[in-house]
Design a protein around this ligand. Structure first.
Ligand code: SR1
Ligand code: MG
Length: 406
């Protein structure tokens, strides 16, 4: 990090953007708000209220934002994010925001303001459904994943990209927070009192579970399969009734495709539990639960269907053309996706970084029931992951969910 780096504020971000970008009119009247609610970075919306134009500035800090400075973190994640956004923009045909510029001294990316979209997690917490989501997110996943894999890419060019997108510090966060600490006592784990004994019994003392998580962890670390987003939860997705955009690929690296598919599925299931716990039985609850099941089923089935179809159009590796191989390959991704979904659900309950879906359940007993049920469901996904290769398997799994003690 050079001497020219400084941390932006609502006061300095306007002049900063004006100095970097020829975007606003001369008569612009600016307002600026820091709107970031993630764990790592600063995010500013700089808006010209007179001409109704705006941009987003996202700046990486040299530490984890929520740690207040105690946890240093590689600032180069800002460069990775900006490069991956641009690559994913092309690969996904516009399903990520447009980048207007990246500043390698300030580690700031200036990009399109998705002002008419909403973070999906907050929409889902208000029980909003998104009719085009499954179709569009599977387009995003299939295109960004398959097109950066050895199935398609020249193997030497792909290895160059593997080198370029090496992301050790951000990967270490995932290795620790997703694949290790939730299954051990201590570390940065953070859980409500009612979970302490339950966590020990269900997640720490279960040897069979640790063995399966260890296999998934080493797949995450060693399987440089495709350029993955690396943190594809519902807080990394913007939606509205028509469209979907994926943001925040700072955790991107060449890893297993299952990580993206699984994190998404895990977050849909946690919203299902949240809905069960926060709404009384009735038509609104049923409609949202039905939509979540339908969406999960479609994510799985469309991911499979579209991957298999695109495969035939883009495959270049001779051996990957062998009949039967593509079905084996995509099923293998889906099997590990269930395992990843389970790990994501565990870590969001007992680990360092929670999700609002579970934490915001107001009733103490129902929150306890939802979190404990979440852990039990997660274990089933990890241990029985071999059974989760179809949407139907998820449909049956989710239809059976009820809150222990409800
Ligand atoms: C210290 S970062 C904690 C979590 O926030 C990010 O969004 C990732 O999910 C990471 O695991
Ligand atoms: Mg993020």
């Amino acid at each position: 990090m050079g001497d020219t780096y400084y941390v932006l504020t609502e006061k300095t971000a306007v002049d900063y953007v004006k100095s970097r970008l020829d975007f606003f009119a001369d008569d612009a009247e600016f307002e600026c708000q820091e709107i970031g609610d993630g764990n790592l970075n600063l995010v500013f919306r700089v808006r010209d209220t007179k001409n109704n134009k705006s941009v987003i500035v996202k700046q990486a800090l040299p530490y984890v934002r929520v740690s207040g400075g105690d946890w240093p973190m590689d600032i180069n994640r800002g460069a990775i994010e900006s490069q991956v956004l641009q690559l994913h923009y092309d690969l996904s045909q516009g399903l990520v925001p447009k980048v207007y510029g990246f500043d390698s001294e300030m580690y700031a990316v200036i990009m399109e303001d998705l002002f008419n979209f909403r973070i999906m997690r907050y929409g889902l917490l208000d029980y909003v459904s998104y009719p085009n989501f499954a179709e569009q997110i599977t387009d995003y996943m299939v295109r960004t994943l398959l097109l950066t894999s050895d199935v398609v890419m020249d193997h030497k060019e792909k290895k160059e990209l593997v080198k370029r997108y090496i992301n050790p510090e951000l990967c270490e966060i995932t290795e620790q927070l997703v694949y290790t600490e939730p299954f051990r006592v201590g570390g940065r784990n953070n859980m409500e009192d009612f979970l302490v004994d339950f966590h020990k019994k269900e997640l720490v003392d279960d040897h069979e579970l640790s063995l399966e998580v260890a296999k998934l962890k080493f797949d995450f670390m060693n399987n440089a399969q495709a350029l993955i987003h690396g943190d594809l939860h519902t807080g990394s997705i913007f939606v509205n009734q028509e469209e979907t955009r994926v943001i925040d690929p700072e955790f991107a690296f060449f890893g297993p495709m299952a990580y993206d598919v699984g994190v998404l599925i895990g977050n849909l299931i946690m919203n299902y539990l949240s809905t069960l716990a926060r709404l009384e039985d009735g038509p609104q609850r049923q409609a949202h639960l039905d939509w979540l099941i339908k969406t999960t089923v479609e994510v799985v089935d469309l991911f499979k269907e579209k991957s298999l179809a695109l495969w035939d159009e883009v495959v270049t590796d001779e051996m990957a053309k062998t009949p039967g191989f593509k079905e084996w390959y995509i099923d293998d991704v889906l099997i590990n996706s269930a395992g990843v979904a389970g790990c994501e659900m565990c870590r969001r309950t007992v680990g360092f970084a929670h999700v609002k879906d579970l934490d915001c359940i107001p009733d103490d007993k129902l929150r306890e029931a939802a979190k404990k049920t979440n852990i039990l469901l997660a274990k089933e996904l990890i241990k029985q992951r071999g059974e989760f290769t179809t949407g139907k398997a998820y449909q049956e799994f989710m239809q059976k969910i009820d809150l222990k003690g409800e």
